[in-house]
Design a protein around this ligand. Structure first.
Ligand code: C2E
Ligand code: MG
Ligand code: MG
Ligand code: MG
Length: 288
């Protein structure tokens, strides 16, 4: 990991660059050029209905195909993009690519729910609901097929404004999901007020639940909490057949993780989905 950090230039990609510093300015102009030069890549990671064993959607995850640094993971430029406000342009790019992919999937006879990650800055953008609608409507993509993932901390940054944006998004029919649930500092009082449809259990709990009883209990309680609030629940970080079986037994609705597939370039997704069959290591769920 340390080697990878060096290879990507730990200095420029360090999350806490001084905004306004020389390094920060040059990274910002590099990022601007990255969009113009077509260096950003849309990756998709599939989501499965754990009981029905069907591919139901995918999460859009961005990467930067850098001319000299190779494929740069999002954690090495998203925090910086958030700090500088550039993330709004990045989000617009991801949304446009995802909408186009959604149209392509529909044309191929596949109805998928696609999730896009929003940042704090996106939630403060009062025009976001209208911007997304303007992207989807000409393509004939229904708002219900787009899910927006928001972390608790993004909401708690400015809860009132975030709530207002979320209410608008929800009123327009977009699905909303709380990402990395359990790692932020939102209160249940806020959760109750949010017009969300889904909780996404953070992968730290899912990865640890097979060996740590407390993590297993957190996962179970989160599934119960979600269902008691009438929400759907997704587990990220499903890396083994055992985790899948356990989550299915707990009633967790959907799963996403390396056991199913790693994020892949969007243009490979449809072929992958068509060829997919439920793995043989899964236990009988009693449903089909
Ligand atoms: P996230 O939204 O929580 O996305 C899930 C991350 O977990 C992805 O990392 C995914 O590759 C990884 N993951 C999924 N399944 C497994 C698994 O079984 N095991 C392990 N170890 N990891 C798994 P990725 O793609 O590196 O993205 C990291 C974060 O970067 C995302 O976390 C999200 O917060 C941010 N991000 C990615 N794309 C975007 C974007 O387009 N916009 C914004 N605002 N943030 C993005
Ligand atoms: Mg996410
Ligand atoms: Mg997540
Ligand atoms: Mg996460």
């Amino acid at each position: 990991d340390a080697a990878k950090q060096r290879q990507c230039g730990s200095l420029i990609y360090h999350a806490q660059l001084d905004v306004g510093s020389q390094e920060s300015l040059s990274l910002l102009s590099e990022l601007r050029q990255a969009i113009a030069a077509g260096e950003l890549r849309l990756y998709l990671q599939p989501k499965v209905d754990l009981r029905a064993r069907k591919i139901v959607g995918a999460e859009a995850l961005v990467r930067w195909q850098h001319p000299t640094r190779g494929l740069v993971p999002p954690m090495q430029f998203i925090p910086f993009a958030e700090q500088t406000g550039f993330v709004r342009q990045l989000t617009a790019w991801v949304l446009a690519q995802t909408a186009a992919f959604s149209r392509q999937a529909l044309d191929a006879g596949l109805s998928l729910r696609l999730s896009v990650n929003l940042s704090t800055r996106d939630l403060l953008d009062q025009d976001l609901p209208a911007k997304i609608e303007a992207l989807l409507t000409p393509l004939g993509v229904a708002p219900q097929t787009l899910c927006l993932e928001i972390t608790e901390s993004a909401i708690m940054d400015d809860p009132e404004r975030a709530l207002s944006t979320l209410e608008h998004l929800s009123a327009q029919g977009f699905k909303l999901s709380i990402d990395d649930f359990g790692t932020g500092y939102s209160s249940l009082a806020y959760l109750k007020r949010l017009p969300v449809d889904e909780l996404k259990i953070d992968k730290s709990f899912v990865l640890a639940m097979e060996r740590d009883l407390d993590d297993a209990r957190i996962v179970r309680s989160t599934v119960e909490l979600a269902h008691n609030l009438g929400l759907s629940v997704v587990a990220e970080g499903v890396e083994t057949a055992r985790a899948w079986n356990l989550l299915a037994a707990l009633g967790c609705n959907e799963g996403q993780g390396y056991f199913l597939a790693k994020p892949m370039p969007a243009d490979q997704f449809l072929d992958w989905a068509k060829a997919w069959a439920p793995p043989s290591q899964l236990e009988e769920s009693g449903e089909s």
